[in-house]
Design a protein around this ligand. Structure first.
Ligand code: GSH
Length: 204
């Protein structure tokens, strides 16, 4: 059986838990508290030398890290990963966008404001720029969704899962999503997908 190492508040981990639920794949969840450094222990670093969740242990005992890589591994050959060359590349385009232009701002600001009791002076200094870049990413998404139901083609898939995870909790970083009608309509469409689970979902 698959084993997922995860922290329940994590959007990166939620991407994997959401897809696992939608694929109806059974798995074992092992929680690691990132606030207590539990992904930085020698034991965990043997599984993922980068010291981060999500980390998935496959049936053969090997480990796979990085939410995007795990999503592709699990979705290969299913309707969540397109078969068409152009659509596969577009899916990657949005997943790289999420990792470089979205997550470092929207997820990091949410982490600071939602999980930490106090920001460090450096974080306080960095906050306005992170907020600006987070809103830049939301603008790009809003424009793309003006004319489309989902990020790639007409179908819900990996790009939506990757971008949904931190966008739907962006308000926990005090991002104001009210000004993005197309993003809000897309968030609602994602939440209507078969097998959808919320960010606090654990396997039974
Ligand atoms: N690019 C990675 C990011 C993973 C990541 O940043 N994980 C965070 C939680 S969301 C973590 O494990 N932090 C604990 C630490 O760095 O010690 C992914 O997409 O999986």
């Amino acid at each position: 059986m698959l084993t997922l190492y995860d922290f329940m508040g994590s959007g990166n981990g939620y991407k994997v838990r959401l897809l696992l639920a939608q694929l109806c794949l059974p798995y074992r969840l092992i929680e690691r508290d990132i606030l207590k450094g539990e992904t930085r222990t020698p034991e965990f670093l043997q599984k993922n030398p980068n010291g981060r969740i999500p980390t998935l242990q496959l049936e053969d005992g090997t480990y796979l890290a990085e939410s995007g890589a795990i999503l592709w591994y699990l979705a290969e050959g299913t309707a969540f990963a397109p078969a068409d060359r152009r659509a596969r590349a577009e899916t990657l385009q949005w997943m790289f966008f999420e990792q470089y232009s979205h997550e470092p701002y929207i997820a990091v600001v949410r982490y600071w404001r939602h999980f930490l009791t106090k920001l460090s002076p450096l974080q306080e200094l960095d906050l306005p720029e992170r907020l600006k870049k987070g809103y830049d990413a939301l603008e790009v998404m809003e424009r793309h969704l003006e004319t489309r139901p989902f990020f790639v083609g007409k179908r819900y898939g990996l790009a939506d899962i990757a971008l949904y995870a931190y966008t739907h909790v962006a308000h926990e970083g005090e991002f104001d999503l009210a000004r993005y009608p197309h993003i809000n309509a897309w968030l609602a469409r994602v939440a209507e997908q078969p097998g959808y689970v919320t960010i606090d979902h654990k396997p039974t």
